[in-house]
Ligand binder design. Structure first.
Ligand code: 4AD
Ligand code: MG
Length: 481
């Protein structure tokens, strides 16, 4: 390769060295100073052109966004703000960028505007930083599990089941919508469809993950999952990535310990390996907060917030205790919650989760032992309490500013209890025979959880909208690019 990455040159001490750089023009000042970025660093390298001896027509083509090749000498910079620069000997335009049309001008653009040009937003410092942190977190997830001897399992994207039993699936079919085959009763005849049955995009790899764990011991999945839930919020995507470990012979405590270790490990990895990016994002947030009233500003900056999570144990609380806290809370007493908490059994809304995490405990919280009725069919059932209330061995990990980051549980390993629960919630056992076989042949305690990858990236980057931490977000009414 003939060129050197800008990141390397910015660190270099080899003054006088002949170098070649390729990148995109950020700015061009005084017909002399080109700031070039090649994506390798958040920082640009300055290339200084001898404009008196350079063809004017060529200089005109040095516009924001243009791709250039610069050949010259690495020299110590006299200007402020950079240590090194390039004294240009040869300048080549690799790709022009019409300044009248290029939407990314050297000024601050809103995140909303950048979302509309998501194909170009990678060129901004903010998205460079976000996607490098995303990359580091993904790598750290694999490293964490690899160090612990977990097997990375690829569960299917197309399935015939609904792992969460919530009916939020995207259908997969090759039917011609203008002539869908029907049987004599007038129902859609899926036997005629590609797979000979109704299929959908997976909402979770858990069920297949359980099958693998009940043979290999410890496994994890890390792949895209799909939910057709019509939630237009800053925390929901229709296509998101999920990390789902599943462990044989783990009980709820072990599951909580693993989840807490994983979160701390990957956050530490990002702090250690993306210091420059996280620092940039910290400054970005501080800048953004200047326009907010004092009482709405974060108490901790981004780096301090991440270090705080590393330094403290997550609070472990039962749903029943959380309900008592919420009942007595000021916003509940003063009727400030949109959904008031008046009885045991209520599902927690994000306002309640945020109160517990941000106001009451002021740190990540693991809520356990939820009412059976508000959780999925596969969760292990506790003995009913003294008041006859039924709970399951569920755990949700709630994070400040995010809400639910992790959802998991110990699984119901008892075949009869699982069958009874499936019948209650209307899940046909005959379609799930393969899943039930794990409970028929050598059933054992096991547990697992799902970590929403984009929610993790949100937390670590300090971004506030989930659409800004995945390259091309899919949300209701939006599947651009
Ligand atoms: O709580 P959920 O629905 O749990 C499961 O899918 C289980 N099968 C996981 C398991 O035990 N193996 O989803 C897990 C996590 C949530 O805590 C959240 O972080 C994320 O996935 N998540 C979403 N992230 C973005 N957009 C959505 N629509 C999400 N739905 C869930
Ligand atoms: Mg959940």
């Amino acid at each position: 390769m003939e060129h050197t990455r800008i990141k390397e040159l910015l660190k270099s001490e080899e003054f006088g060295k002949h170098v070649i750089v390729k990148g995109w023009v950020k700015t061009f000042r005084n017909n002399q100073f080109i700031a070039i970025n090649d994506g390798s660093s958040l920082n640009n390298i300055q290339a200084v052109v001898d404009f008196e001896n350079t063809d004017e027509a060529l200089l005109k083509r040095v516009t924001t966004g243009a791709a250039v090749r610069v050949e010259g000498t690495l020299v110590e910079s006299l200007g402020k703000g950079q240590r090194v620069e390039i004294k240009v000997e040869e300048l080549t335009i690799l790709g022009d960028s019409d300044p009248e049309k290029f939407p990314l001008q050297p000024k601050k653009h809103s995140l909303e505007f950048l979302r509309e040009i998501a194909h170009l937003r990678f060129r901004t410092g903010t998205f460079n930083a976000v996607f490098k942190v995303r990359n580091a977190l993904a790598f750290a997830v694999h490293q964490f599990f690899n160090e612990r001897d977990f097997v990375y399992m690829h569960t299917p994207i197309i399935t015939g089941s609904d792992a969460e039993g919530a009916g939020e699936m995207f259908k997969v079919t090759t039917f011609d919508f203008d002539s869908i085959p029907r049987n004599e009763q007038g129902q859609i005849d899926y036997k005629e469809d590609f797979f000979g049955k109704a299929t959908n995009l997976t909402v979770s790899g858990q069920l297949e993950g359980e099958l693998a764990a009940m043979a290999l011991g410890n496994i994890y999945t890390f792949g895209p999952t799909f939910r057709a839930e019509n939630s237009n919020t800053t925390r929901h995507l229709a296509e998101f990535w999920m990390i789902e470990p599943e462990m044989a012979f783990y009980e709820l405590e072990d599951n909580m310990d693993l989840a807490e270790d994983l979160l701390k490990y990957v956050i530490k990895y990002a702090l250690d390996h993306c210091a420059e990016e996280i620092d940039f994002l910290k400054s970005r947030l501080l800048e953004e907060e200047k326009s907010k009233p004092q009482n709405e500003r974060a108490e901790l900056n981004l780096v301090d917030k991440l270090n705080f999570v590393l330094a403290n144990n997550f609070e472990r609380v039962t749903y029943t205790d959380a309900i008592e806290i919420l009942k007595r809370s000021k916003p509940n007493q003063k009727k400030q919650f949109k959904y008031l908490i008046d009885e045991w059994g209520a599902d927690l809304q994000s306002e309640h989760e945020r109160y517990l995490v941000e106001k009451h405990f002021k740190k990540p919280v693991i809520l356990i032992d939820y009412p059976r009725e508000i959780k999925s069919f596969y969760m292990k059932q506790n003995e009913p309490d003294a008041q006859g209330r039924h709970t399951v061995r569920a755990m949700d990990i709630l994070f400040p500013g995010i809400g639910e980051m992790v959802g998991g549980s110990q699984r119901e390993e008892n075949l009869d209890k699982l069958l009874a629960r499936m019948e209650e919630v209307g899940i046909p056992a005959e379609e799930m025979d393969w899943f039930l076989d794990t409970r028929r042949f050598g059933t054992a305690p096991h547990a697992g959880f799902g970590l929403g990858f984009e929610r993790l990236v949100l937390f670590v980057t300090g971004m506030t909208n989930i659409r800004d931490v995945i390259p091309f977000p899919r949300t209701p009414n939006n599947a651009e690019f």
